[in-house]
Design a protein around this ligand. Structure first.
Ligand code: NAD
Length: 405
């Protein structure tokens, strides 16, 4: 039985190495360099440590406090060597001792970082959204497709316990039959403080519906099982940061929205966002011709997270409800455990060469739907997806070979 429960804790400190079996650890097989060591970069460091198959080889971040915090995380783990602190992005990418780069910099930097990182022969893990515009996202896909090593993306909500279980229900057990509609909801607290407050400004995020909601559009695209065709959205900056300015710039990110997505297979998607709520609640509802699936992940501010999943099967099967969860020490490592399983998939991918997680094409389409929704709000009209795609031969290639990217 393999469990990290038996490895940690001071209670086993008296054991010699040869007496550790259940509590034995193996030396990491690979080394990661971390580019961007803010909130998400640090979460990646903690999870790389928890998975235990990659050492923290080095860090690059222009903000000294982010670097200090990253080094503290590394220092807390026993038996690890201090990561190198790189003076530049080039130095980080060129370090021959690391096997992969984990990029967790602000959205507007992703394309520039990728332009440098793909010059080196290393695997890359790039945080979501892959870029702030559709044309930049396409450029990231091109860079990834031509790269010599795997490039993976941080659409980690696919690994959240409720959504991973929902995939099993909808695709594995076919619990709802043919999917007809997919609805998602995120009602949560405002955007948190960030280095340079980049997440308050559309120019740096791509817009809230790209920055935050690419996760939900990725899941909607996945469960819908078709290509998004048309998007109609309404949204506004109703409450948050209306009087917030930074570097003489007025915050302009929207904090509420309703989005409707029509898919080419007839599936209808809906999404509701509110970002001035004292807690965090996410919902997924998938209705099919044989049943209905509903998931909830929620926590009021200051309370424990709760997960719930229910399937209504009527006469076509067994209705049921459950509470999919991960062990608490994994859930606590970030995003309710999704980041840990995302890391597991990434290292497995590097070792076996078999990609299992979301692809670059998935990441591209999540940006496309977000961009169409932002445009729909700006223009107050429905937007055909074809109108937000760049006009180029490459986009045809991307559509044809998207799943293989
Ligand atoms: N997968 C998820 O669920 C999830 C959650 C949160 C954030 N993110 C994504 O992670 C990325 C980082 O977000 P965050 O919340 O950690 O922001 P943050 O502001 O907390 O951290 C970003 C860090 O990147 C550093 N940085 C800025 N430009 C850089 C550059 N060119 N090279 C190296 N470092 C640079 C900043 O100094 C800062 O320390 C964003 O793309 C965000 O959308 C993903």
């Amino acid at each position: 039985m393999d469990s990290r429960v038996f490895r940690g804790g001071r209670g086993f400190a008296y054991l010699e190495e040869q007496d550790r079996f259940l509590g034995g650890t193996q030396a990491p097989e690979m080394s990661f360099g971390f580019i961007g060591c803010g909130m998400m970069g640090q979460e990646h460091m903690r999870n790389a440590q928890l998975v235990g198959r990659a050492s923290l080889g080095g860090v690059y971040d222009p903000a000294p406090k982010s670097v200090d915090c990253a080094l503290e995380i590394a220092a807390r783990a026993k038996g690890t060597t201090k990561p190198r602190v790189y003076a530049s992005l080039e130095e980080a990418c060129a370090d021959p001792s690391t096997d992969a780069l984990i990029v967790a910099t602000p959205n507007f930097t992703h394309l520039d970082v990728m332009r440098v990182a793909t010059r080196y022969n290393k695997a890359i893990f790039l945080e979501k959204p892959i870029a702030t515009t559709v044309s930049d996202a396409l450029e990231v896909c091109r860079l990834a497709a031509n790269h010599t090593q795997p490039v993976r993306v941080g659409l980690q909500y696919r690994y959240k316990a409720v959504y991973a279980e929902a995939m099993e229900e909808v695709f594995g057990r076919q619990s709802v039959g043919r999917v007809c509609s997919v609805n998602m909801l995120e009602h949560r607290f405002p955007f948190l403080d960030k280095v340079g407050q980049w997440n308050k400004f559309n120019a740096y995020t791509g817009g809230t519906l790209i920055e935050k909601c690419c996760h939900y559009f990725d899941l909607m695209n996945l469960f819908a099982g078709g290509a998004p065709e048309q998007v109609f959205a309404s949204g506004s900056q109703a409450v948050n940061f209306r009087n917030f300015a930074y570097d003489n710039q007025q915050a302009d990110g929207l904090d509420q929205a309703q989005v409707v997505v029509n898919y080419d297979n007839g599936v209808i998607g809906g999404f509701s966002l509110s970002m001035f709520v004292p807690g965090a609640r996410e919902e997924l509802v998938v209705c099919g011709d044989a049943g209905r699936l509903h998931t909830v992940e929620q926590a009021q501010l200051g309370s424990e997270n709760q997960n719930h999943l229910e399937v209504w099967a009527g006469e076509s099967g067994r209705s049921r409800s459950s509470a999919p969860t991960y062990p608490s020490y994994i859930a606590k490592a970030g995003h309710h455990g999704a980041t840990f399983y995302e890391h597991l998939a990434f290292v497995e991918d590097l070792v076996s060469g078999k990609a299992t997680g979301p692809s670059l094409a998935d990441a591209f389409w999540s940006v496309v739907v977000g961009a169409a929704a932002q445009t729909s709000i700006d223009k107050r009209t429905a937007i055909d997806i074809a109108d937000v795609l760049p006009v180029t031969d490459d986009i045809q290639d991307l559509m044809l070979c998207g799943a293989g990217l």
